[in-house]
Design a protein. Structure first.
Length: 318
């Protein structure tokens, strides 16, 4: 970071459930926090409709997992440990987990859940938080949610709405001074490039890769790949990510999928976390085809450095 900047950079990472911050962009948030960027992870719901997904999970003393309240308490505990592992601040929006509807036909969503809250009502607490925290960059999921959980889709919707509306003094009155964030990104969890790199490296090392079937089924379904514009080198912070994953002990099996790739091999073949730039309000340098950004604040650092010299772009108070 250049010393000519007048204020710290701020990054807001918006997620649907506690544990999503540990599996999507975790190492990048830890890296930025360690670099002195103010990082706020925002979790839309309490994750209280998650089942226990880790066979070796033992309930913390004095807790239960039978009621929504009991689950909420456990997941709050886990979330606090994850935020600590990443070195980030954390805020809840306070909505209720919609659960992942399963069956054919799909059952209706439970009454009062995040997925059913009308867009403006669901976005208001996030707009308020954006106006308080004043992030330069916001990360969220792509419009499909990244995977078809109603809370992930809604997470996209409220983030896009907050990005669009927080700077507009006419919108969301009574939620603070307008603030216009400068860049919006979508998280990419598992691009085909990343899956293939891990799969090939594991196979070459004589290890059993868990990705073969997944790659085949994705190839077969011809799911269009979303564009990855940005690769953040973050291998140095993969251990922070892993600690955050393990903090979500009710959800993440330490012997399971997220730990399938040996860490030295992962750092070797895929030392990045991936993002897709969705919107920028600052000018960006031209990129050659196939070239990636390596910093979420590209263009933002430059814009802030110009603050006060009469060339502040829109959104940056001069
Ligand atoms: Zn989730």
């Amino acid at each position: 970071m250049s010393t000519t900047e007048r204020e710290p950079l701020r990054l807001m990472a918006v997620h649907a459930h506690p544990d999503d911050e540990a599996s999507k962009g975790a190492a990048a948030t830890a890296k930025y926090a360690a670099d002195g960027v103010e990082v706020l992870v925002v979790t839309c719901t309490g994750g209280e409709r998650g089942d226990i997904l880790n066979p070796s999970f033992t309930l913390p003393e004095g807790h239960e997992f039978e009621t929504l309240e009991g689950r909420l308490a456990v997941r709050r505990l886990e979330m606090a440990r994850s935020a600590e592992a990443l070195g980030v601040r954390h805020a809840w929006l306070g909505f209720v987990d919609s659960g992942l509807p399963e069956g054919d036909p799909l059952p209706p969503l439970p009454e009062g859940c995040f997925g059913l809250v009308p867009l403006e009502e669901a976005s208001e607490p996030l707009v308020k938080l954006v106006r308080e925290f004043r992030p330069h960059v916001i990360t969220t999921y792509d419009p499909s949610g990244g995977y078809p959980h109603p809370d992930h889709i809604k997470c996209h919707d409220v983030s896009a709405e907050a990005f669009a509306a927080a700077g507009d003094p006419e919108r969301y009155p009574g939620t603070g001074e307008p603030w216009e964030p400068l860049k919006l990104y979508y998280n990419h969890g598992f691009s085909m490039d990343r899956l293939r790199a891990a799969h090939e490296a594991m196979t070459a090392a004589g290890l059993e890769s868990p990705f073969g079937d997944w790659i085949e089924s994705r190839d077969a379904r011809e799911i269009p790949e979303r564009q990855v514009t940005t690769l953040i080198p973050a291998a140095e912070y993969f251990a922070h990510r892993d600690e955050a994953l393990r903090a979500h002990a009710s959800q993440i099996d330490p012997q399971g999928f997220f730990f399938a790739v040996p860490r030295d091999l992962e750092a070797d073949v895929w030392p990045w976390e991936e993002y897709e730039l969705a919107e920028s309000r600052v000018p960006l340098p031209e990129r050659a085809p196939g070239e990636h950004e390596d910093d979420l604040f590209t263009g933002v650092r430059e814009a802030l450095a110009h603050q006060g010299d009469g060339r502040a772009p829109a959104g940056v108070p001069a």
